[in-house]
Write a protein that binds this ligand. Structure first.
Ligand code: UT7
Length: 335
């Protein structure tokens, strides 16, 4: 049995910055409300026609991660692509990455676990590496939210939060059982599937049916979130799954070198920080600049923490996520 470790990280954010003041011009909201409730100051949105898509952003992040790993695309044995906003309904975005990187017939699999997508993808990569089936695995989290949000007052509780972007990691095998991913914990609770969801179109109601109904009240093609309910579940599940990780890894909370929570809401991250009694240096947040980029938020934040020298050899890294499904999970990494 091998361990898996991250040897390359990359990120890509679209250049177009959308500030809270920009949103004030198109819907009834305020910079004060957004900052107080979420911590967000600005986010990135793709400009239609700029050539970006979910897979294109993923490829840009992946190329940086592969180069930093000292590898070439042909060294990649397996691609895992986490997103809730794939380029197409089918096929998944992973195969588009495989084609763009010109990796001949390498397997590519999409992970549809929303905000927990990157954590699920890392845990999946780890299992394939542990068994020896694959050596180098490329894991991408990428989201293009802005094209599908209701940018009117009606959709403001969601549309001010989400942003576009991508992050990527390259994992490889190590024979040192004390380094790399030490453990992961994954959970889901489907009874709350519709509390944070986009349910239309679906296979029981295809696009032509929605369009022909011509019902302006049918906004099932926009994301829906029961915000307070999601918030209350998030703070409980984040805490539980981080605690489980600490117990399995045999770490104490003071051992944590860097906690990177999924960037859902600064208030959630602050709640978790307080609950575990962590200092500001032990928690990484960048939601103020990018909003919530769902499956991309952890790899973007991890990349930035590494670029800033806050994650170095020896750092005990905790990744934790909660989101639509509900799904949640944690990964403990001995860097
Ligand atoms: O990433 C996946 C996981 N996601 C999360 O964990 C998100 C969890 N939930 C949250 O972060 C918060 O619930 C939100 C940030 C989404 C909302 O904050 P809240 O404090 O729960 O506000 P609320 O939904 O209870 O709304 C309070 C008020 C309402 O007005 P009334 O009914 O009190 O008059 C909303 O209509 O704020 C209003 N409101 C807004 N006002 C200005 C909702 N969105 C906005 C907005 N600007 N953008």
């Amino acid at each position: 049995m091998f361990n898996s470790k991250i040897i390359g990280l990359g990120k890509y954010l679209p250049e177009n910055i959308v500030t809270n003041a920009d949103l004030e011009k198109i819907m009834e909201t305020s910079d004060a409300w957004i900052q107080e409730r979420t911590g967000i100051k600005e986010r990135r949105h793709i400009v239609k026609g700029d050539g970006n898509s979910t897979s294109v952003m993923g490829v840009k992040a992946a190329k940086i991660a592969i180069e930093r790993a000292g590898l070439t695309p042909n060294d990649i044995d397996f691609i895992l692509f986490a997103t809730l906003s794939p380029d197409y309904y089918f096929p998944g975005s992973g195969v588009l990455v495989q084609e763009s990187l010109a990796i001949p017939d390498c397997p590519a699999m999409d992970i549809r676990m929303q905000c927990s997508g990157f954590v699920y993808a890392l845990a999946t990569a780890d299992q394939f590496i542990k068994t020896g089936m694959y050596k180098n695995v490329l894991v991408i989290g990428s989201e293009y939210h802005s094209g599908g949000l209701d940018m009117t007052t009606r959709g403001r509780n969601i549309s001010v939060i989400f942003g576009d972007g991508a992050g990527a990691a390259v994992l490889t095998r190590t024979e040192n059982s004390n380094e790399g991913i030490l453990c992961s914990h994954l959970h889901s609770e489907g009874k709350y599937a519709e509390e944070l969801s986009l349910i239309g179109p679906n296979t029981g109601r295809w696009v032509p049916e929605i369009l022909s109904a011509n019902n302006p009240d049918d906004i099932s093609y926009y994301p829906y979130m029961n915000g307070q309910f999601v918030f209350k579940n998030a703070v409980v599940r984040f805490s539980e799954v981080i605690h489980k990780g600490l117990v399995t890894a045999g770490w104490k909370k003071e051992d944590i070198g860097m906690l990177i929570p999924h960037q859902a809401n600064l208030r959630i991250a602050q709640f978790v920080q307080k609950k575990f009694g962590l200092s500001d240096d032990q928690v990484y947040n960048n939601i103020e600049r990018y909003g919530n980029t769902t499956a991309a938020s952890i790899p973007i934040a991890l990349t930035e923490a590494w670029e800033e020298g806050k994650v170095v050899q020896g750092t005990k890294v905790v990744l934790a996520a909660f989101g639509s499904g509900f799904t949640w999970g944690s990964v403990m990494i001995q860097w």
